[in-house]
Design a protein around this ligand. Structure first.
Ligand code: DP6
Length: 333
């Protein structure tokens, strides 16, 4: 008897990096030049359903209920091809991916999207991958996606090849009451995305120094998290973010993501810390500022940020869990 393929749904959170990934040893396998550390963002998520279907000639990919662009479809199909290769099947799949955060919110969706896709696609193909194997698979879709597989605060060991480049949990979500308060200053799409940015990193004379010193920063960040030492965390994540943006701004062509409002937030965060408030900034490949704080300080931070000119709105997220399967309600027949 012919078995139908079952639809499988998975959900994953995006993450914000404390120690950044910027530049690869191998762009195709996405083996990074340095290890990184990030926190999953609770409340924000991508939910993805995958169903292999013999009636399809090609993969059909929908993102937020719209057919995906050619570029996005190719990236998804490339990941499905890896899954098909491992499971030995040749069938095309229908993929439906839905973010619960707006596209223009300044949160990159590639991490949560490829984490959810990796779990949904591998299970839909009959594979049962462990956390390390899932993380390695997600990494092939988007480097930072490997960090959205484990729960909590997560470390991605750079490694040197496919087998040893994966993420694992550093501490579970209940370890510390950290919150990411994202100050959205622009909802425009970034001009140069991360994938192209990684390829430009080596054109900056500062990249070698950033990478050479990365293990020291990684160890300090790890210690800060294990010891719940906010002062140390603030010091190291701001330096790491500034180093990445120094590389970006000295690449050829240069990548300058900051706007006037970005700087306004940086200055406000520095003032808050001077008066003893737990607040620290970190910025990805865009102008929006992630203000890391503690649950008990969040209200004060939000109030301070609301006074800054150029902030459109804020969005806050405590430490989130890892990727997981979702049992969908059966459609009424
Ligand atoms: C600045 O993981 O988005 O957010 O592997 O090409 O998909 P690809 O890049 P991506 O790069 C993330 C860059 C960053 C820093 C970080 O998250 O570590």
């Amino acid at each position: 008897m012919h078995m139908e393929f079952q639809p499988i749904t998975a959900i994953a959170h995006p993450n914000i990096a404390f120690i950044k990934y910027w530049g690869n040893k191998d762009d195709v396998l996405r083996i990074p030049l340095n290890s990184s550390i990030s926190m999953n963002l609770d409340g924000l998520s991508t939910q993805t359903t995958v169903q292999f279907d013999k009636a399809l000639d090609d993969d059909e990919i929908f993102i937020n209920q719209m057919p995906a662009s050619d570029e996005a479809s190719k990236r998804v199909t490339d990941l499905l091809d890896i899954v098909r290769g491992v499971s030995g099947m040749v069938t095309a799949a229908k993929v439906n991916s839905q973010n619960n955060f707006p596209m223009g919110s300044g949160i990159a969706s590639s991490a949560s999207a490829f984490a959810a896709l990796s779990l949904a696609a591998s299970r839909a193909a009959g594979l049962c991958l462990d956390e390390v194997a899932l993380s390695r698979l997600a990494r092939r879709g988007s480097g930072s996606a490997c960090r959205s597989i484990p729960a909590g605060i997560v470390a991605w060991h750079a490694g040197t090849r496919d087998e040893d480049s994966f993420a694992e949990q550093l501490v579970p979500s209940g370890h510390w009451d950290l919150v990411d308060c994202l100050a959205v200053v622009s909802e425009n799409h970034k001009t140069v995305g991360s994938t192209d940015g990684h390829r430009l990193a080596s054109t900056s004379p500062l990249q070698g120094m950033r990478v050479t010193d990365s293990d020291r920063r990684y160890q300090r960040c790890r210690q800060a998290i294990l010891n719940k030492d906010f002062e140390l965390l603030a010091d190291v994540i701001e330096q790491d973010s500034n180093l990445m943006h120094s590389v970006m701004s000295t690449s050829k062509p240069e990548l300058i993501y900051w706007t006037e409002a970005t700087l306004n937030v940086i200055h406000m965060v520095s003032r808050m810390r001077k008066i003893g408030l737990e607040a620290a900034y970190t910025i990805d490949a865009g102008p929006n500022v992630h203000v890391i704080t503690l649950k008990e300080t969040l209200n004060v931070v939000e109030t301070q940020l609301a006074n800054i000119s150029g902030i459109l709105h804020t969005l806050s997220a405590p430490i989130g869990g890892g990727v997981r399967l979702v049992a969908l309600q059966a459609e009424p027949s």
